[in-house]
Design a binder for this molecule. Structure first.
Ligand SMILES: Cc1cc2nc3c(=O)[nH]c(=O)nc-3n(C[C@H](O)[C@H](O)[C@H](O)COP(=O)(O)OP(=O)(O)OC[C@H]3O[C@@H](n4cnc5c(N)ncnc54)[C@H](O)[C@@H]3O)c2cc1C
Length: 545
């Protein structure tokens, strides 16, 4: 009997990426997409962090050839005053200093065609109606061609729910929890002839805070601009009907200073659309025989253009998860836990930063902004907790840095950041003084006893290997509760830290029996590992012997 396929529901970025990566490993993959591509989709602004994944998928030549707008950063009216300011990716990402503003119908089609080329059976115009559970296990999918015809039930080796905001499994199992802080909705459309920003900023996303919320303007090819407003959902509900969406959008845009100027001679090309399903997270991301990926698992307010990146990066993890779950059943439970942790870590990072960003804006006084000044809304997260969740004890970069410089961040956030930065700078200096870069063997650090910080744990956990989860080492601490994967060499180094032996003895034991030449090659790397563990707070101190 032929083995049933892995069935992917939905052909957006999350579904097509999971499908491609699994098919490349030789799995039998069937993807059901209810629309015929190219299909309309909002969410055009990408992040540089997605570029390495697009490279892995092999679609960068097509993306470059498509003529999408290069995006070097963001220009915002947000923070303390209402003058626009720009922030550029090169400030934090030297390797990938730009992303793209993409026409989503075309971008998503490039990814879906790539799945076909990888060997995925892609059925467009096929709607998944339901998932059949045998007990707790997702066992089959019932689907039907949109053009008409009888429903079919197809047995599945595994079901990947990538149905985006429709969230087939999440809704069926009532897994979805709304996010009380981001109770917003968006109304958007496309315009031709809008004025663009100047010079290097001409491809930036432009975001403007105004009395009732904020607007985005995303420059696309062919002189088209994606323009939308994000407003309070309850406030808008009283004023907005589907028929009047265009008038509502235009009234909001007219209330802005800069966006209205940019649109002064532009014409609206399309109807105005409303997105009401806002921020939510699923209580469970993985179950017996199924996994949720991309927006089907969670969605955050689009302030930081994080959606496509989360879709792509969760898809990489989901493909690894499904491959491991099918090949190594005993890996199912521990890898499911790690998938959930890794996805939720990214989700919370963007979520907490977005909440802080809202809380830090002072450009407008209104109900909208007043209600968002308390980070976390009714489920309060202190600013310090938000900061720790967001940057895991690292100094703030990128958007976090911008919150500090441009907005009025809550005082305990600012203090938290200052304390972390100061501590890291002091530790950097202290560690540098203990390492001799020219004569590593003579480093005073080698004669010290490294003392592990309280609460640091070394665990054996699944880590993402070559397309699958495999057992690896993860170190965690109270400021990094989810842990960071480390190499087996660093894991051995950490295991040697018993609070009694000097670094030299620990390293000697590790390198015992190796020729001098190899030892000399490995020593600088081990000294660097000790330095990084110290700066990150995993090693509390270096005691004199
Ligand atoms: C207002 C707004 C603005 C946004 N702006 C940005 C932005 O600037 N940058 C950014 O990165 N992200 C943005 N996003 C988020 C981004 O659009 C999504 O996060 C991203 O599309 C998620 O990808 P996905 O593959 O999970 O879901 P989707 O792209 O939504 O794909 C899901 C697919 O599943 C199909 N499907 C649904 N139900 C079924 C079914 N029953 N059977 C078969 N197929 C089905 C759908 O047709 C669709 O093609 C924005 C979102 C909103 C709401």
């Amino acid at each position: 009997m032929p083995t049933p396929p892995i069935i992917i529901l939905g052909g957006g970025p999350a579904g097509s990426t999971t499908a491609t990566l699994l098919a490349r490993q030789g799995w039998n993959v069937l993807l059901l997409e209810r629309e015929q591509f190219p299909r309309e989709h909002v969410g055009e602004s990408l992040l540089p962090a997605s570029i390495p994944i697009l490279e892995t998928l092999g679609v960068m030549p097509e993306i470059e050839a498509a003529g999408f707008t290069p995006k070097y950063g963001a220009t915002m009216v947000w923070g303390r005053d209402d003058a626009p300011w720009s922030w550029h990716f090169r400030e934090t990402n030297a390797r990938y200093p730009h992303a793209y503003q993409v026409h989503r119908p075309q971008f998503d089609q490039i990814l879906l065609e790539n799945s076909r080329r990888a060997g995925v059976e892609v059925r467009e115009g096929w709607r998944a109606l339901d998932v059949r559970f045998d007990g707790e296990r997702a066992a089959a999918v019932t689907c039907r061609p949109e053009a008409g015809g009888d429903p079919q039930t197809i047995e599945a080796a595994w079901v990947v729910d990538a149905t985006g905001q429709s969230g087939l499994i999440g809704r069926r199992l009532s897994l979805r929890q709304p996010d009380d802080f981001f109770r917003n909705l968006a109304v958007y459309s496309y315009f031709r002839g809008a004025q663009r920003l100047a010079g290097i900023d001409s491809g930036n996303i432009f975001i403007e805070a105004f009395a009732h919320g904020w607007t985005w303007a995303i420059p696309l090819p062919d002189d088209i601009m994606s323009v939308g407003v994000v407003v309070d959902a309850a406030w808008a509900a009283e004023r907005l009907t589907e028929q009047q969406a265009a008038q509502f959008l235009e009234a909001q845009l007219a209330a802005t200073t800069h966006t209205s100027r940019m649109l002064a001679s532009a014409e609206r090309l399309d109807e105005a659309r409303i997105v009401r399903d806002w921020s939510y997270v699923s209580q469970r991301l993985v179950g017996d025989g199924y996994i949720l990926v991309g927006d089907a698992a969670c969605f955050i307010d689009p302030l930081f253009s994080s959606g496509v990146h989360l879709a792509l990066s969760s898809a990489v993890l989901a493909a690894a998860y499904v491959a491991s779950a099918l090949r190594t059943p005993e890996m199912r439970a521990p890898a499911a836990e790690v998938y959930t942790q890794l996805y939720m870590q990214q989700y919370h990072q963007f979520r907490e930063m977005a909440a802080l960003f809202y809380a830090s804006n002072r450009t407008a006084d209104s109900y909208f902004w007043e209600a968002r000044r308390i980070v976390g809304g009714e489920d309060p997260v202190t600013a310090r907790e938000a900061f720790i969740a967001a940057v895991a004890g690292q100094p703030p970069q990128g958007y976090e840095r911008v919150v500090l410089e441009r907005g009025e961040a809550p005082p305990d956030f600012v203090q938290g950041v200052a304390a972390v930065e100061q501590q890291r700078a002091e530790r950097e200096r202290a560690a540098a003084a203990l390492i001799d870069r020219h004569w590593p063997e003579r480093s005073p650090l080698l004669d010290c006893v490294p003392i592990l910080a309280e609460g640091v744990q070394l665990e054996r956990k699944p880590v993402v290997g070559d397309g699958e989860f495999e057992w690896g080492a993860v170190v965690s601490s109270p400021s990094r509760p989810h842990g960071a994967p480390i190499s087996l060499v660093v894991a051995r180094l950490l295991q040697g830290l018993d609070g009694a032996q000097s670094a030299r003895r620990i390293i000697d034991a590790m390198l015992h029996g190796l020729p001098d030449e190899q030892r000399a090659q490995l020593l600088p790397g081990l000294l660097t590992a000790l330095r990084v563990l110290y700066v990150d707070g995993m090693i509390a101190r270096f005691d004199a012997q």
